[in-house]
Design a protein around this ligand. Structure first.
Ligand SMILES: *Cc1c(COP(=O)(O)O)cnc(C)c1O
Length: 422
């Protein structure tokens, strides 16, 4: 099936006489006939739902759909994108370990990595994604256990050289984890370029309608945890399941099974059936919406590029963009609805412009069906130092503009009237 069809038909597949659309299993618990069966669930020797902190049928169908869209062996939905990143890292790193992340990533992820995980004894080194392999290699240590990056970095709109990062990670026998939130599997499937684990904030395009915070982790099943020898949590017995070895018992699905039965069990950040149902509704039209988002952003970017009131525009389909050739390779269908730009006159004029917009709403959100706008330096990236801001590609006047699915003429007319106020 092509991805447009997968969006509609993967996951829940009704049998004869069953509900046509995904049912909401509004139940915390599941009934069994014998203690032997329940014991088998606790031993992880039988599949089945046990308790809705660990799995739920409605959520499971959505997980199946997202795994299919990304081409992975399994997925785990989480209560937020932050929870997805947290579990993806904690699943393979422990106190005393280290990982490498690109510096141009979502501000909330910077806080999680640089402050909170550090407090738990997990150390991170941020690297410039555009530097050479040799330069990035210098940041590896004997205790480095993972590499992390974003397909399209929020909000600088940098495109990552996925293959380069997968190669560097694999040369060092560690997995490459990639946040594919902005691209979605409609525009890029990072497993095809060697990424091992994909994470998403489903809050953005996957839901797409600004109604539901959520996240997901997808496992490619391709990383060889045993051969690497660096991941005893996956290859050695788990005392909390009297000695189960994830790689031995679950093969290619070792990572995603451990994330669910150990960390989701203990952290308890599973989404509700209702939220998963809403997410599924969004996923059904994902491919259709993304096509319009990309077309609109491309037109807005070209419009802004010609305006004499604009300092610069970041959007990878522009010939002048630094990431144009990487975008042609990794994002041939488009680069999402998100672009960023700066108006001449810096912070003051940027704020005046944002406050003059009528159609585009000022919201702490992005990648939504309605056009929205944000000033990162005074909101999402407010906690970062000037140095960190520069590393994320954020100047004080930078505007993040997220093109919705409206008619692009109306979006451009709104921008035009706001620019006239300057
Ligand atoms: C929003 C976002 C997150 C965090 O996701 P939440 O659902 O808000 O917790 C992580 N990564 C990227 C790229 C994001 O845009």
């Amino acid at each position: 099936m092509n991805i447009e069809t997968q969006c509609l038909h993967e996951g829940y597949k009704p049998q004869n006489g069953e509900a046509r659309t995904l049912p909401i299993y509004q139940s915390t618990t599941y009934k069994y006939n014998s203690t032997k069966q329940v014991a088998a669930l606790f031993d992880l020797t039988e599949n089945g739902h046990m308790y809705s902190r660990i799995s739920n049928p409605t959520v499971a169908f959505v997980e199946e759909k997202i795994a299919a869209l990304e081409g992975g062996v399994g997925a785990l939905c989480t209560a937020s994108g932050q929870a997805a990143n947290l579990i993806a890292i904690m699943n393979i790193l422990k106190s005393g370990d280290h990982f490498i992340s690109t510096s141009a990533i979502y501000g909330g992820t910077v806080n999680l990595f640089a402050v909170t995980l550090k407090n738990f004894g997990i150390d991170v080194t941020f690297v410039d994604a555009d530097s050479s392999e040799e330069e990035i290699q210098k940041s590896f240590r004997p205790n480095t256990k993972a590499v992390f990056g974003e397909t399209i970095a929020n909000p600088a709109i940098n495109v990552l050289d996925i293959q380069k990062f997968a190669d560097i990670a694999h040369k060092n026998s560690v997995p490459f984890i990639i946040d594919n939130t902005f691209a979605t599997p409609v525009l890029c499937r990072p497993f095809e370029y060697g990424a091992d684990i994909v994470v998403h904030s489903t809050t953005k395009y996957m839901d797409g309608h600004a109604v539901c915070v959520g996240g997901v982790i997808v496992d490619s099943g391709n990383f060889d945890w045993e051969k690497s020898g660096k991941f005893p949590g996956l290859t050695e017995p788990d005392a909390s399941y009297h000695g189960v070895r994830y790689t031995e018992n679950f093969g290619k699905a070792a990572f995603i099974v451990k994330a669910r039965v150990q960390l989701m069990r203990d952290f308890g950040v599973y989404p509700s059936a209702q939220d998963a149902w809403v997410l599924n509704l969004g996923l059904e039209t994902l491919a259709l919406r993304i096509e319009r988002h990309c077309q609109n952003a491309d037109k807005v970017a070209h419009y802004l590029e010609k305006s004499d009131k604009i300092d610069f525009v970041n959007y990878p389909t522009l010939e002048s963009n630094k990431y144009n050739s990487l975008a042609k390779k990794y994002l041939p269908k488009g680069c999402s609805g998100v672009l960023s730009f700066e108006i001449k006159g810096g912070r003051e004029n940027s704020i005046k412009f944002i406050d003059s917009l009528k159609l585009a709403a000022l919201v702490v959100h992005v990648a939504d069906i309605r056009t929205c706008v944000l000033h990162p330096a005074s909101s999402t990236h407010r906690q970062l130092t000037d140095e960190q801001l520069a590393a994320c590609g954020i100047t004080p006047g930078l505007i993040r503009f997220s093109c919705g699915c409206e008619n692009v003429e109306d979006i451009i007319a709104d921008i035009e009237q706001a620019l006239m106020k300057i």
